[in-house]
Design a protein around this ligand. Sequence first.
Ligand code: EPZ
Length: 425
Amino acid sequence: MDKLLVHGGKTLKGAVHISGSKNASLPILAATLLTGETCIIRRVPDVSDTNYMIQILAALGAEVERSSGTVRITAANISHNAPYEIVRKMRASICVMGPLLSRLHKASVSLPGGCIIGDRPVDLHLKGLEALGADIDMEGGNMHMKAEGGLIGCECDLRGKHGPTVLGTDNMMMAAVLAKGTTVIESAACEPEVVDLANFLNKMGAKISGAGTRRIMIEGVEKLNAVEHTVIPDRIEAGTFMVVAAMAGDPEDGVTLNRICREHLEPSTEKLIEAGHSVEFSESGTSCVVTPGRNPVGANIVTAPFPGFPTDMQAQFTSLFAITPGISVVEDTIFPQRFMHCAEMTRMGADIKVDNGTAVIQGTSTMSGAPVMASDLRASAALVLSALCANGTTEINRLYHIDRGYENIDDKLIMIGADIERVRE
Ligand code: EPZ
């Protein structure tokens, strides 16, 4: 159980290299189950979530080699049974369902349990797979599914109460690539990670069109082949460091982010500029300099599916607004309960009222260090951001949450001047 000691108040400057995307890597790693040939994936971040997915692939019988960011997978002889011990550690394990069902015509995967960020049912995943012809039985906390003779193309609308589903779209896309005939997914998720998965599958020989729009068409093929692919940059890690720069960056030089993709960062960029900070992109759009504004102002956020404002960035902006003069309002329409970080920030002196999926933040200039508890991945990042600007030392416990999705975040912050220690308990 590691904890982080953050000695606040340092001005940060220099360059950060952004890692490959965790949320693109997870479904892409699962997609390698669709072929018995060797797949090579580059820039897979070394975080616990990708390690869990690799453990699941190995437990299913795939040969897996990893050397720094490159993962080599050969899923020649695989089982259809995903072990509960590993699946329970990570919700995203659910995206092995589509590939297993598509290739083996059967799959057994345990139903994900509760999640601290809110209600996360899988009804839309099952709706898509049943529409493709799968029979699904629930027994003993497991989902047993089979499709005698294989899956059959169909039309299915994946819209839910809170809009489209990212991993649900991924699962249905991966199931449909080897199905007989054509599948049409309506109300599909448009996230860049969905597009990256579709590009990966098309390189394997799939026939997918419309990824990145609300209507995706998949023409089933007989077989998929070996592939090499480099995952997209992590837009949430990049967004997090853009907010770090706005909160604690050098007012002259700012902080430089390298290895990014400008178009994936538009919602965060627009909001930072609206809040009075500066974001300058390089011509290629693969790097930017973020400089804190001299007269920052509060702003309002309503999260939405891409290209709307990402729910995975609302906690980090809450940290920014907690030290920005004026009132800001943050509403999360995708995970209305995703405000665990606010109570911990209040322990540091923030003035935040949370009610019914909305946080009302009164900016203050006097945050002070305190022992705080991380509760989930993005909440823990938000606590680190608040700690960077607080007087004194903040002790962040349950660091395993941040290690799930940020590769060496403390080393990267130290590189730009932060005073941080990781303490092993
Ligand atoms: C992905 O989760 C991301 N995870 C999440 O990032 C992200 O918060 C989320 O998309 C939304 O952008 C990965 O990519 C691994 P959803 P996913 O299905 O696909 C409801 C992070 O911090 N819903 O798009 O599981 C659901 O409850 C993580 O990196 C149903 O009702 O999210 C939510 O309200 C956290 N039924 C909404 O849809 C379903 O069957 C969107 O969830 C599925 C989802």
